[in-house]
Design a protein around this ligand. Sequence first.
Ligand code: NAD
Ligand code: MG
Length: 298
Amino acid sequence: MGQDQYTFQDPVKRYPSIEPPKQDQPEPGLDKELVPQTDRGEDSYRGTGRLEGRKALITGSDSGIGAAVAIAFAREGADVAMSYLPEEEEDAKVVAELIEKAGRKVVQLPGDLTDAATCRQVVQQAADGLGGLDILVNNAGRQIAVEKLEDLSDEQFDRTFKTNIYAFFWIAKAALAHLQPGSSIINTTSIQAYMPSPTLLDYAATKGAINNFTKGLAQQLAPRGIRVNAVAPGPFWTPLQVSDGQPKEKLPEFGKSTPIGRAGQPTELAPAYVFLASSESSYVMGETLNVNGGMPSP
Ligand code: NAD
Ligand code: MG
């Protein structure tokens, strides 16, 4: 391994300022087809034993941010249960192999999380497969841009809420049966929680809900020794963006309006999740860690 996340370097130049060509993938989109490809830490994330022996369930860990978190957690010493959609099997296989290559156990759990029973089953299978559970990363999400409120269908509104917030509730609730003191729940929210795009009304509303749910649940579970926090990414280059997450014409300038001047690469988010999962953040609760290239956030 050459450079890793600890190498002293200029963050502006750590990755090129990409100009993704216009492209389109059917939802949910595959990392495999993304142009340009992303850095999820395959050749750059170095573990230092921060999650030794831990057992993590990560939703949406086949691609993008979830994949980067899965790779990082495995290299930090955690076994990982991966949740993703059945049509993402190819992407999931690549990540599963990297987890095994790190010497850790992997459990693959394809299933649609818009269904409550599936959410409960995924949690049970994760706990059975790993022999327990002490980290939950609620990260699966969908984002479909729609220009006009008149065109935002009831079906889309419902599916976005089911995926992005109902599933977080169903999964966290089911996970409680397995989480002992010391455990950590981390929810992926977004800068959209405070700076909603006019084309992402349903999506941004779910992200506001995730922030709020995180802060409430954190207070409820603090006395039980279970910490709940959130990570709020800015613009990260992932398959979400090319499966109608952004209007097509906006792709070439994706991430350029941030103070750092470029989109983030998924592995640049991994350390935030590692920090919140690890016992080193024992006094951090109900926090939203913003990782967004410098956009002012509350
Ligand atoms: P991604 O497409 O790689 O990951 C999203 C994953 O969600 C998919 O891989 C899929 O496995 C999962 N998913 C979607 N619908 C599902 C369903 N019904 N059942 C089960 N799994 C389902 O994209 P990403 O950008 O890595 O997204 C991960 C999280 O980050 C999402 O919550 C997203 O809202 C959030 N986020 C992303 C950005 C960004 O710029 N990429 C910014 C802020 C927040
Ligand atoms: Mg995916």
